[in-house]
Unconditional design. Sequence first.
Length: 269
Amino acid sequence: MKKRIRAVAFSDCGNYRKTNQDAVLVKVMNSNVYGRMMLIGVADGMGGLSQGEVASSIFIRDLESWFNEQLPIILQSENSIIRIVDSVQESLKSLYKKVNTKIRIFGKKKGIKLGTTASVLFTLAGRFLTVNVGDSRIYQVCRSKCIQITKDQSYVQRLIDGGAAGNKAVRNSRNNNILLQCLGVTEEVSPDINKGKSKNVGKDYEYTYMACTDGFWKELEDREIHRYLCPQMCISEAAMESLLVRLKDMARQRGEMDNMTAALIYEVE
């Protein structure tokens, strides 16, 4: 029996920002040899920089072109799932560097500074790959828990890595919006990479994946994301969209004023 994909995405400007600087992409491709491939990407243009929405849209447009043009070439040139995932990793790293240069050149021509976060998830045959710059996030949500599978490139994360008390102790710091990297600001960019298997045995054999910008996750706890977005709650695309909106509303009620963007995918047996 062929598996089906449930996928939804939304982007909310909010009541306090005049411009939505977020961008999102969801793509699915079927292969006769390797099965279904899924890709989701989110980008958050820097609110403190000029035309952040331009930077995020440049990344998402180029990511979509990569999926349509470069991924088929990789599938034709490699002969195993592991080699495909490795080639996708190197190709996406190259894409990040090219987009970084493109945004910098655009900014120099216009005499402005602009930048964006960029988080991408690629899945194939029970394996996942994430590529991340900045503090947008990708979560893997199974029946029993929620796992953040990207690592923030932020000052707060550096504090936590250095032994700070934890997210609750530092998330309200005046420095909680400082990024260590974003596309378009520095000459060099080094994405954080994570690879793994998405299919385990037992009760946690099903997963949903959620990609989101920091406006969506900062006011939410992992347990809340799990409660609403675990596979057993994702009974339809309408339900999935309603659940994302419910979490968005919770974050707004807690004072979040930033743009919010999220994409949710679930492969149905």
